[in-house]
Ligand binder design. Structure first.
Ligand code: UDP
Length: 245
C-alpha cells in the first residue's frame, strides 16, 4: 500500500472507501490487525517520542484523520487526496459488517455511551450484530477481565475509543491476547454518534476547519490544540528530511 512519511509516521494513501475495503479484507485474514487514525497532534507526539512512533508504524493501517496531515503530505510532495477520518471509516464499515455478518464490539467512552451508540448503529444498519459494549474507564487490574470479555464475545472488529494516545497504547499492548480480527482506535467517535459531543457540520469538515469548531465547542482543548501550529512549524522545518518510498 502506498504511504506518505510524515515526520516518521507512515500514513496510507487511502480514502474512506478504500480504508473500509481494506479493513473488511482484514476480517478475512489470519491474525489480529490494528488500525490507527492519527491527526497532527498524534503525529507530533510520534515525532517527539520514538517508541510511540514505532508503535504507530507497527499498525496494519494508518490513515490521515486530520486536515493538518493532508496539508503536510502536500508539503512533502506526496499529496494525500483527502482526509480519511476514523469516524467516517467507522460509519462506512457498519453496513459492510452487517452484510458480512461480522460482529462488532464497542469499547470506550463514558458509561452508557457505547450502549447508546450500539442502539443507533443497529437502527441505521439492520442486521448489524453488536458483540458487546464496555465503557473505557477502568483500573489496570480490570484489564484482564476486559480482554476476556472481548474474547468471549466472539467479536470480529473492536472500535477502541479511549482517546489518543491511550487507545493506540492499549491496542498495541493487548493485541496478542485478543482473538479478534481488527482493533481500530477511533477516539471520541461514540460521543459523536450519540450526540454527546457532535461532530462539526459538513461545511466545517469540507473547509478544513473541523478543528476550529471543536475548539469553540470544547475551549478546554485549547492547550491540546497548540499542537496544530507546532505540527505545522515542525513539518515546515523537518518534514522534507524524511525519506519517501
Ligand atoms: N475516554 C475513555 N477512557 C478514559 C479517557 C477517555 O474511554 O480513561 C474516552 C472519552 O470518554 C472520549 C474519548 O475517550 O469518548 C476521547 O475522546 P477525544 O475526542 O478526546 O478523542 P481524541 O481526540 O483524544 O482521539
Amino acid at each position: 500500500m502506498d504511504t506518505v512519511n510524515i515526520l516518521g509516521v507512515k500514513i496510507a494513501a487511502v480514502d474512506i472507501m478504500q480504508a473500509a475495503d481494506r479493513i473488511m479484507q482484514m476480517t478475512e485474514e489470519e491474525g489480529v490487525h490494528s488500525v490507527y487514525t492519527p491527526n497532527s497532534e498524534i503525529v507530533l507526539n510520534a515525532y517527539k517520542d520514538n517508541d510511540f512512533c514505532k508503535l504507530l508504524n507497527r499498525a496494519d493501517l494508518l490513515v490521515a484523520d486530520g486536515i493538518g496531515v493532508v496539508y503536510a503530505s502536500k508539503f512533502v510532495k506526496k499529496p494525500l487526496k483527502s482526509r480519511a477520518a476514523g469516524f467516517d471509516i467507522a460509519m462506512e464499515l457498519l453496513p459492510r459488517l452487517a452484510k458480512q455478518k461480522k460482529k462488532l464490539f464497542l469499547f470506550g467512552s463514558k458509561p452508557g455511551i457505547a450502549e447508546k451508540a450500539a442502539e443507533i448503529f443497529c437502527q441505521r444498519n439492520p442486521g448489524l450484530v453488536i458483540a458487546g459494549c464496555r465503557n473505557g474507564y477502568f483500573s489496570p487490574d480490570e484489564n484482564d477481565e476486559i480482554v476476556a470479555e472481548i474474547n468471549a464475545s466472539g467479536a470480529d472488529v473492536v472500535f477502541v475509543c479511549l482517546g489518543a494516545p491511550a487507545q493506540e497504547k492499549w491496542i498495541d499492548k493487548n493485541k496478542d491476547a485478543l482473538n479478534v480480527k481488527v482493533l481500530m482506535g477511533i477516539g471520541g467517535s461514540l460521543d459523536a454518534v450519540t450526540g454527546n459531543m457532535p461532530r462539526a457540520p459538513k461545511w466545517w469538515q469540507d473547509h478544513g476547519v473541523e478543528w476550529l469548531y471543536r475548539l469553540i465547542k470544547q475551549p478546554k482543548r485549547f492547550f491540546r490544540m497548540l499542537a496544530l501550529p507546532k505540527f505545522a512549524v515542525t513539518v515546515f522545518a523537518n518534514g522534507r528530511k524524511f525519506p519517501q518510498d
